[in-house]
Design a protein around this ligand. Structure first.
Ligand code: URA
Length: 435
């Protein structure tokens, strides 16, 4: 078999067999097939797409390109949730303890933030001492003892995706639904979970800008998961404005703590209750959405979800005094209000612009080597649909940057808020559920 023939075959719009995809992926991982040939193949896929059978084969071959986790030693049904990324998305921090407190097993491998989206690991590391590198026996013991761990991915999982994602990033080949689906699902499947819930975000702060694209991606991922014998479902959620109020690492952890204590923002809680209810049904811990939601409401009200978060932080060497007293979290030197220039109703809060501005304030990374300022970010004071008067505070910038840099960011944040004279309804959080 020759790689050039496979590239030509795909370029001509023909489907690749499982053996042909295996030849490509295994050769690529072993460095026998060079980046330039994989780039050409990726570009051919961008234009010609893939059949469902091809995507299922690609996913399975990527999944098995390195180590896969066997979680069968862990007690209970292992549930997992994956978001395709957003701004202010601290769902895992709240949802994980909620479903674990209801009896599901949460052994979640998370990632770091890059660009305008945040990462769960970075957020957790704003808790002094918190250790995300937990492997082997300690990983198993923690999950079996308390039912939850939020940890970092090991380097040996899905090497094909690691190499290919870096290549896609620099060759204009990220935006392909088959490639995104295979990339996400190969990692979820390799992580060994019993059930997968995909939160496919839709809107200007998300990968998928419109609902049709998001629906296509979600349905394809559900089909791949089911095709590979995993209970896989998806929620389409709105990412036209940031989720909740806080954007930035320590700021989001503080918001997650409030949410676990029953004081979470409405949109964040609706997403957590919807995802959590589906996950409990997937784990057969509830027979209906209503029963699941009642269980989740109970663990928020009686404090057991919050207590489990404290236990998890303790088990992962974090300083729990910060969780018990969130005022201890690091605070930026400058907290700057951004004011409304006119009166009216908030029509849009461009999530992408808020995410990029938070990153520029120090809260995120432009390159993988950048060091994050845990205290930096943006806290919204208004959401879409809110009425504002001129000079009302729209949001607060938290930063340690110098004034010159801050001045240009303020302009971008002001522009991210679109204020109109007529009434605007609040955004719907959950757009669709796909089972
Ligand atoms: N997230 C991933 O993990 N892979 C993609 O291709 C896109 C988003």
């Amino acid at each position: 078999m020759r790689m050039v023939d496979l590239i030509i075959k795909k370029r001509e719009g023909l489907a690749l067999s499982k053996e042909e995809i295996a030849f490509w992926i295994s050769g690529y991982v072993k460095n026998e097939i060079p980046d330039y040939q994989t780039s050409a193949m990726l570009m051919a896929i961008i234009f010609q797409g893939m059949t469902e059978e091809e995507v299922i084969n690609l996913t399975s071959l990527m999944e098995h390109s390195g180590q896969t986790l066997d979680l069968s030693v862990l007690k209970g049904v292992k549930v997992d949730k994956h978001s395709t990324g957003g701004v202010g998305d601290k769902t895992s921090l709240v949802l994980g303890p909620m479903v674990a407190a209801c009896g599901a097993t949460v052994a979640k491998l998370s990632g770091r933030g890059l660009g305008h989206t945040g990462g769960t690991l970075d957020k957790l590391e704003s808790i002094p001492g918190f250790n995300v590198q937990i492997n082997g026996e300690r990983f198993v013991k923690q999950v079996n003892d308390i039912g939850i761990i939020l940890a970092g991915q090991t380097a040996s999982l899905v090497p094909a995706d690691k190499k290919m994602y870096a290549l896609r990033d620099v060759t204009g080949t990220v935006e392909s639904i088959p490639l995104i689906a295979a990339s996400i699902m190969s990692k979820k499947l390799a992580a060994g979970t019993d059930t997968i819930l995909l939160d496919v975000t839709v809107g200007n702060g998300a990968f998928m800008k419109d609902i049709i694209q998001a629906e296509t991606l979600a349905k394809l991922m559900v089909k791949i998961g089911k095709g590979l014998n995993r209970d896989t479902r998806a929620v389409l959620s709105n990412m036209d404005e940031p989720l909740g109020l806080a954007v930035g690492n320590a700021l989001e952890v503080k918001e997650a703590i409030s949410a676990l204590k029953g004081n979470g923002p409405e949109d964040l809680m609706e997403l957590c209750y919807t995802c959590g209810s589906i996950m409990l049904m997937q784990a057969k811990l509830a027979n209906s959405f209503e029963e699941a939601k009642m269980k989740l409401e109970r663990v928020i009200k009686d404090g057991s979800a919050f207590n489990l978060f404290v236990k998890m932080v303790e088990a992962q060497s974090g300083d729990i005094s910060y969780i018990l007293n969130p005022d201890k979290f690091i605070v930026a030197d400058k907290i700057i209000p951004v004011l409304a220039k006119t009166s009216g109703y908030i029509k849009t809060i461009e999530a992408l612009d808020i995410g990029v501005s938070s990153m520029r304030l120090g809260g995120g990374r432009a390159t993988i080597e950048d060091v994050i300022d845990m205290s930096a970010g943006i806290v919204l004071n208004k959401k879409v649909g809110d009425k504002v008067e001129k000079n009302d505070v729209l949001c607060y910038l938290h930063t340690n940057k110098d004034d010159k840099e801050i001045a240009s960011i303020i302009g971008d944040v002001e522009k991210a808020f679109v204020i109109v004279p007529e009434f605007v309804a609040k955004h719907k959080v959950i757009l669709e559920i796909i089972e």
